[in-house]
Design a binder for this molecule. Structure first.
Ligand code: NDP
Length: 240
């Protein structure tokens, strides 16, 4: 029997593609985001619960996960995908943008992990896949706070992997390169945005198709429980 999968940030980009691919394979899903109408608009059917959850709100996140577990049984895969990237130079960027990135990209991942880890440890079964980035191990200009958040995701994922490996719980990490999603639509610094667009153009304008990231995540999960793919870095062939 297929077990419950929880995906944060399922309303667009990678998360929406993951929702489609796991739905097509018949998994019961809890799909989370703040814009639930966008998740509804994916038009998926089957065993699906769609709920509002801000990943920075630990109580809300835990509550909706418990609700879905009461319907479909224990969560076997949590994909901590929700994230934001607000580009800018730190000497002129508002600290509220750093806070948003750290709260969403780091605290959001920790909140998700805390919500499911006690149950996974008790059951000696379960998988968490955290969404990092190539910016989780490499620097890019205008990305300081984002890079800080994604280096954080790399660090916390490996730490927790070591802590729970003895209890048969898998902690995996996927680190994509540039892809066309809604990620850049929230950037407020137009010069940073122009530099990013110029960088993409320098690589022939070809970025990752979000579908390939979703397929990678599914491949990681589909490995037998005794296999933990600790990290996959995936980028367009032309990305430097
Ligand atoms: P999108 O902007 O398309 O998707 C981001 C998702 O995160 C949305 O579904 C959004 O949902 C959700 N989200 C943002 N903030 C919150 C919050 N506080 N609470 C709950 N959900 C939230 O971008 P991507 O699909 O590209 O991004 C997905 C992940 O992939 C992110 O972690 C990003 O850092 C990472 N990534 C992206 C790359 C790219 O080039 N696109 C490259 C490498 C990594 P809603 O607004 O409805 O809440």
């Amino acid at each position: 029997m297929k077990k419950l999968i929880v995906i944060t940030g399922a309303s667009s980009g990678f998360g929406a593609e993951m929702a489609k691919i796991f739905n097509a394979d018949g998994f019961p899903l809890l799909l989370l985001g703040r814009r639930t109408e966008k998740i509804e608009a994916l038009g998926l059917s089957g065993e699906i619960i769609i709920r509002h959850a801000d990943v920075t709100d630990q109580d809300e996140l835990s509550k909706v996960i418990k609700e879905a577990e009461n319907v479909y049984g224990p969560v076997d895969l949590l994909i901590n995908n929700a994230g934001v990237m607000l580009l800018g130079n730190i000497w002129k960027q508002s600290s509220s943008e750093w806070q948003t990135m750290l709260d969403t990209n780091v605290m959001g991942v920790l909140n998700g992990m805390q919500a499911v880890l006690p149950g996974m440890k008790d059951r000696q079964h379960g998988t968490i896949i955290n969404m990092s980035s190539i910016a989780g191990f490499k620097a890019f200009s205008n990305h300081a706070a984002y890079v800080a958040s994604k280096f954080g995701v790399h660090g916390l994922s490996e730490t927790i992997r070591q802590e729970v490996s003895g209890e048969n719980v898998r902690i995996m990490l996927v680190a994509p390169g540039a892809a066309e999603t809604e990620l850049l639509t929230h950037v407020t610094d137009s010069s940073a945005l122009s530099e990013y667009e110029a960088w993409k153009k320098s690589m022939g304008g070809i970025t990752l198709d979000p579908k390939h990231v979703a397929e990678t995540v599914k491949f990681m999960y589909d490995m037998p429980q005794e296999v933990n793919i600790c990290e996959i870095d995936i980028a367009a062939t032309r990305q430097d």
